[in-house]
Structures are given as C-alpha cells and as structure tokens.
Design a protein around this ligand. Sequence first.
Ligand code: DC
Length: 222
Amino acid sequence: MKRVIAIDGPAGAGKSTVARRLAAELGYLYVDTGAMYRAMTLKVLMCGVNPADRERVAKIAQETNIALVTGPEGAPQVVLDGIDVTGRLREPAIDAAVSMVAAVPEVRERLLGLQRQLAQRGGVVLEGRDTGTHVAPHADLKVFLTASPAERARRRYRDLVAAGHRTTLDEVERDLRRRDEQDMTRAAAPLRRAPDAIELDTTGRSIDAVVEEILRYCREDA
Ligand code: DC
C-alpha cells in the first residue's frame, strides 16, 4: 500500500476534490499545500502590502505561522497566526495575488518545512503544484492531473458562483491562464509533471471514476 501520495496539476484540474476524497477513502491526512500559500497571501493583503513587493512579502513570511489542523467534523482547517481562516481562502482577491506570493523563495522555504514534516508522517495525500517534484520527491505514488482549459475554467466558475462571488466565465478563464503562466514559469519550484508521475486527464470524467483509478494504483504493490 502506498503511504505518501502526491497529486499535482494546474488550477481547476480537479485536484482538491480528488485528493480530499482519496484521503477520506484511505483514512489518510489531506494536506492542501495551495491553502497554505493562500493563507500567506491573505496575511500579505491584511498587512496592506503589495503582493508584487518581494522584499516585504519575504519579511512577512518569516514572521507568519501557518498550521493545518483537523477541525471538529474532521474537515481540514488552515490556521493563520492562531486564527482559523479556512473560509476566506477562496476569495477572488486571493486568487489574483497568490501566484505572486507563491513565487517568492522565502515564502516557499517557510512552507516547505511544514509540508515535509507532514509528508514524513506517512499516511498522507499531498496536493499542490510541486509536491511530487519538491515536497516529497520520494512519494510512493505521484499523479499529475490535467483537464482542458475550457473545462478547468467552467469548474472554477461554477465553484465561485456557488460560493456567492460575482464573476464571468471570461474573467475566470483569463485568471486561470495568468496563474498557469506564473506557476509554470517561476524560478522556484515551478509547476511541472515529475518524470515518474502518472498523468490523468480528468476532462469529461466523473470524480468517482478518477478516484477509483487512483485507488487502484494505490493498492498495486510496487
Ligand atoms: O491549488 P490552489 O489553487 O489552491 O493553489 C493556489 C496557488 O498556490 C497556485 O496558483 C500556486 C500556488 N501553489 C504553489 O505554488 N505550490 C503548491 N504546492 C501549491 C500551490
């Protein structure tokens, strides 16, 4: 049985839903690394700092504490300097700034320590952009999820509207393209498929089917 599972891919590929379900099926801890970058971005915005100001963002990273805890109902919570901020992490202002904050090496260094600590316990599903390449290069199973740009935009748009945000499909598509570009071209731990990752295209496939396929890989002896 695989003990450390890394799920990476671009925004809207279905990573969060799949990783969360997988962790529940296996009884593993779900580690949402994107949520940690989002919490750091929230802190930057709350401090009134321009997310493009790398020096000030780096300083904030050094003074910020982020933790992942399991809430009362078993749902994962993100705690920023002692306060549960889980409900605020999907706001469009954070979507717009998170790639800039995540590109700052001091931010990545700060969060990498925590992510590696969690990975070392075993029994984890790590989800993000660099979990198979940097956080847990020795993961037992690496999956790179993709989907067509149109489908990724549709899913993200649906989630935002369901959460009560006002936006348009066009706007969402532009934001996804910009984030992909920033996440793939940054110098520090860019988004890319690990050579030993299994690539799964989720376009037109149900969550159940994708989770089932990954569970089969998890149970394979290797
Ligand atoms: O998966 P998400 O949309 O919650 O991630 C938010 C941002 O965080 C994403 O645009 C890039 C960054 N990120 C990262 O750089 N490395 C990770 N391991 C996870 C996310």
